[in-house]
Design a protein around this ligand. Sequence first.
Ligand code: SF4
Ligand code: SF4
Length: 475
Amino acid sequence: MSYPLPPHLERSVRISWHITSWCNYSCDYCPVLVFHKRSKNGDKRNHAFDHYSAEQWLEAFETKFDEQDILLRITGGEPFLDRENFRKILLGVLAMPQWSIQIDTNGSWDPEYFREVPKDKLGLNIAFHPHMVSFDAFYKRINQIRDHGFHIGMLNFVLAPENLEEFGKRLERVERDGFFVNLSPMNPTGTYLSRSQRSEEEIALIEKYNMPVDVKYKVVRPKIKDKLCYHPAISYYMLFDGRIQVHCLDDTYQNLFTDGPPPRPREAIGCRYNECIACTEMYRAIAEEPLYERPLSLYHRGEYIEEVKAFREQQRRRERLSKLPIIGSFLKAPPSMREQLAAPVRKPDLLPVEALKPALPSAPIFGALDSTAPVQAYARDRIYLAGWAASSRFGAPLEQVRLTLNGDELGRIENFYPRPDVSVSYQRQELEQSGWRTMVWVPALSLGQYSIEVEGVAPDGTRGSLGVIPLEIVG
Ligand code: SF4
Ligand code: SF4
């Protein structure tokens, strides 16, 4: 069966623009390989205005897109940091009648500088990061932003383990003050790249504040390959250096400035991924999703919020009714997806002796690094490291993998992900949960060569080296 693009979206497009990987914060759960400032040596970094001027970007937007309804979604990093160029972009784009903008930001900027920016076609999603800013400072700033006339669509609270307690304390007040709070399930990213399990408290919050369709794609993450989806027909993904692609279609990019945007399919097409990348507007574009019945949309400011508000109100009504003596007993429990969550991870125990299986290494801790090639980075950048590790007495998962640099801890991995290749090669299921991967922040080091030591810790406290990763600070 084919699903042509609905007529109301034939001349509409959403452009997700990763404008920068520059950020003033260092959140452990950040999915981006963030850097902190422009390079001193003039190298082009992952930042839109290192590649083209604001004026060039504006000219490209004006001349390369002829749709009638264009939603520019701007994400980073922190888009507001290069404030001079960013203000030019906002003023220029918002002066074009077909364009509107939504921005993901941490809210750390001064709204006074953006006083002249028209606000009617601009929405902000502001994320609170309790380990980077105190609640009082954050709240003062977002109230200033709102007082300057900005539409704050949502306050985003990322449900990372280190945030749960802080959110519990703040939720009620923030909602009472009229902000819409989005409790966003944390994806396995950043320091948590290997994390596949969630705590009971986290799941309870996710179910209470998120619609079933969001729980399904953000938490359960069902197999999606070949399902028909409209998202590529209405969306581009664009990078800081001008590369642009039809979102989700394939891996090819072309340059917006020299080649223009590529043609989009005019119908729903089969998804090529195993799981949906899981942004709210993306899986809402799946053609036959039983948990979502609203018409396809670009998701302009406020649409998602209206949906979630209506859902939460429905939940509250159900809760009230469930307490009534007779009616309550007839109410069906809302659908829960807990039984579809991944099975609990094996608890390490002494490995059985099985003579017919390949022998395990004699060292108490064994494993490998995915790459031992030198990593080049700028001071205070973020780097990606990965490998696998197990104990020859307990199997996997280990208690920890520790990364140290000059004797100081750089990172610690306590969640592991399945590496079937390892369990198959040793013919031991008990080694499956041995994979680790993480993104760590490099300290403010001077130029030169360094070594990152990788060490595994077994459940009985035994430690063993897993190797060394050379690090070169280049700027
Ligand atoms: S999560 Fe957002 S605020 Fe935190 S470091 Fe990443 S881009 Fe910056
Ligand atoms: S990844 Fe998600 S949004 Fe993209 S095509 Fe697949 S189902 Fe659609």
